[in-house]
Design a protein around this ligand. Structure first.
Ligand code: SAH
Ligand code: SF4
Ligand code: F3S
Length: 448
C-alpha cells in the first residue's frame, strides 16, 4: 500500500480540497500518513496569494527530497500549480505531477499515471460535472467542525489579487446538495459547519432547488435560513464581500440561534482613493453603514477583517485613513498584510512605490493599534458565560482544553479531555493576547 503525505498551505478552500483529495486517495487504496519521511508520495497543496506563500513551495520541495535515498514522488496541487502549470517542472527539480485547483477530483488517476512510469504528469482541467464534494469523517480536519464549500472561484478581480486567476470564475454549488451535505454531517456528529467560499454572499446557484421554502433578499440569505433549518448546532460562514453584504444577512442571524455571532468582512483599506485603485467596489462610508447594521444588532456579533498596507501609491494620508477606520470599527481581530505584487494581476503593472521599510512601519503601527483594540474587545467578555465547542486539548498546558465560542474566539479552560466534542458553558475570567481563558460551569451550577 503506497503511503501519501499531504501538506496544505493557504485558505480554508485549500484545506477543504485537501480533505477531499485524502478522501479520494484513501478510497482508492492509498494510505494517508502524518510521517513525511515514510511517505512514498508527497503532495503539496499550494497558495499563491502573497510571494512568501508561493516561496514555501520552493523551500519545501528541496527539504522533502534532501537526505532521502529513495526520493518520494512529489505532486504539486492548488493555486501555484494552476498558475505556473508545466513551467514548475523547469523551475523546481524533483516534481512529478502538477494538479490544478479544479482538477483535484482526478488525483488518483494522476498518481496512477506517475506510478505507471509516466514523466511530468499535468492536469489543469475543469472540475467533473459529478464531482463529489463530500469528505469522510476520517479525513476531516476536525471531527467536530466541517468546512462546507458553497461557492468556488471569484469574479471580483480586486487589482492586487491572484485568486480570480488561480481559482477561476465563481461557481455556486446547488443548495439542495449543500443542505444534504450539512444533514449528513449533522448525522455523523459534527457540531459546527463553516460555509466557505472566496465570497460567500455572492452565492448564486443555477436553480432554486432546496431554497423554495426560504425567503430572503438574496440567494445567500435564503441559503443561511435553509442551512439553519437543518438544525445543525452552529453555522459560521466566510468570507463576506462588503459590496454584496446586505442587512438581510444580519436579519437571518437574528432569526436563528444557530447562525453564529461572527462576520468576517475584509475592508482592505480605509482610504477611498486606494479602495478605488483596488477596485473593491465599496467606499469607506458604504462599508461603515454595513458595519453599523452589525454593531446595532440585538445579537453581539464579532467582526473581523483583512487589511493590506502599502498598496502602490498609498500615502501617509491614505494609511492614516486605515488607522482611523480601525479605530472607528474596533474589530475583534484584523489580519494585516503587507502588499505583495503578484505577477499577472493589474496592480503588478502599477509602480510598487511604497518602500519595504515603509510597509513594515505601517504594518507594525497598525498592528499595535489593533492589539489595543482587540484587548479591549476581548475584555468585554470577562464575566460573561460563553458557549464553547470544545475541539482539542490546549496546545501548551496539561489539563486544559481549547475550543471556539460562537463569536469565534479561542477559549481555553481547565477541563478533562472527555469534554472534547461537547458544547459547554464557560465563564470568561481572563484575557490573553489572542484568546480568552475561563472556567467550566459544571451542569447544575447557577449561571450567575
Ligand atoms: N476573498 C477574500 C479573501 C481573499 S485572500 C476577500 O475578498 O477578502 C485573503 C486576504 O489576503 C485578502 O483579504 C487580502 O487582505 C490579502 N491579499 C490578497 N492579495 C494580496 C496581495 N497581493 N498582497 C497582500 N495581501 C493580499
Ligand atoms: Fe481576491 Fe477580491 Fe476575489 Fe477576495 S474578492 S478573492 S480579494 S479578487
Ligand atoms: Fe491562497 Fe489559493 Fe486560497 S492563492 S488564499 S490557496 S484561493
Amino acid at each position: 500500500m503506497k503511503k501519501v503525505y499531504l501538506e496544505t498551505f493557504g485558505c480554508q478552500m485549500n484545506v477543504s480540497d485537501s480533505e477531499r483529495v485524502a478522501t479520494a486517495l484513501s478510497s482508492r487504496g492509498f494510505e494517508m500518513t502524518g510521517r513525511e519521511d515514510q511517505a512514498d508520495i508527497v503532495l503539496i497543496n499550494t497558495c499563491s496569494v502573497r510571494e512568501k506563500a508561493e516561496q514555501k513551495l520552493y523551500t519545501r520541495v528541496g527539504e522533502i527530497r534532501k537526505g532521502r535515498i529513495h526520493k518520494p514522488i512529489v505532486g504539486v496541487l492548488g493555486c501555484v500549480a494552476q498558475l505556473e502549470g508545466e513551467t514548475l517542472f523547469r523551475k523546481i527539480e524533483g516534481i512529478d505531477a502538477i494538479v490544478g485547483t479544479r482538477a483535484v477530483g482526478r488525483i488518483s488517476e494522476v498518481i496512477g499515471r506517475v506510478l505507471d512510469g509516466e514523466d511530468e504528469v499535468t492536469d489543469l482541467g475543469e472540475r467533473e460535472r459529478d464531482y463529489d464534494w463530500s469528505v469522510t469523517d476520517e479525513q476531516r480536519h476536525s471531527p467536530h467542525v466541517a468546512f462546507v464549500p458553497i461557492i468556488e472561484g471569484c469574479n471580483k478581480f480586486c487589482t492586487y489579487c491572484i485568486v480570480p486567476f488561480s481559482r477561476g470564475r465563481e461557481i455556486s454549488l446547488s443548495a439542495s446538495a449543500i443542505i444534504r451535505n450539512v444533514l449528513e454531517l449533522k448525522r455523523s456528529g459534527v457540531r459546527e459547519v463553516h460555509l466557505i467560499g472566496q465570497n460567500v454572499n455572492s452565492y448564486r446557484p443555477e436553480s432554486d432547488s432546496g431554497l423554495e421554502a426560504f425567503s430572503g433578499k438574496t440567494p445567500f440569505s435564503r441559503l443561511l435560513r435553509a442551512v439553519a433549518a437543518t438544525g445543525i448546532e452552529r453555522i459560521k460562514f466566510n468570507t463576506s464581500f462588503p459590496r454584496d453584504f446586505h442587512a438581510d444577512i444580519v436579519d437571518a442571524i437574528e432569526e436563528n440561534e444557530n447562525l453564529c455571532n461572527w462576520v468576517h468582512l475584509p475592508v482592505q483599506s480605509g482610504s477611498d482613493r486606494i479602495l478605488r485603485m483596488m477596485k473593491r467596489g465599496h467606499s469607506v462610508d458604504k462599508y461603515l453603514k454595513k458595519i453599523d447594521r452589525i454593531a446595532t444588532s440585538e445579537r453581539d456579533i464579532a467582526v473581523t477583517t483583512d487589511i493590506i498596507v502599502g498598496f502602490p501609491g498609498e500615502t501617509e494620508d491614505d494609511f492614516q485613513g486605515t488607522v482611523d477606520l480601525v479605530n472607528t470599527v474596533k474589530y475583534d481581530a484584523a489580519y494585516i498584510f503587507k502588499y505583495s505584487a503578484r505577477p499577472g494581476t493589474p496592480a503588478y503593472e502599477m509602480d510598487d512605490d511604497v518602500t519595504p521599510e515603509t510597509k513594515t512601519r505601517r504594518f507594525l503601527e497598525l498592528q499595535e493599534h489593533q492589539r489595543g483594540i482587540q484587548k479591549a474587545r476581548l475584555r468585554r467578555y470577562v464575566g460573561q458565560v460563553l458557549k464553547v465547542l470544545v475541539e482539542k486539548p490546549a496546545a501548551r498546558f496539561d489539563h486544559q482544553v481549547s475550543g471556539h465560542s460562537t463569536c469565534h474566539k479561542v477559549v481555553n479552560f481547565e477541563g478533562p479531555a472527555n469534554l472534547i466534542g461537547q458544547i459547554v458553558d464557560v465563564r470568561v475570567t481572563e484575557v490573553k493576547s489572542n484568546s480568552l481563558f475561563g472556567q467550566h460551569m459544571s451542569p447544575g451550577l447557577p449561571l450567575s
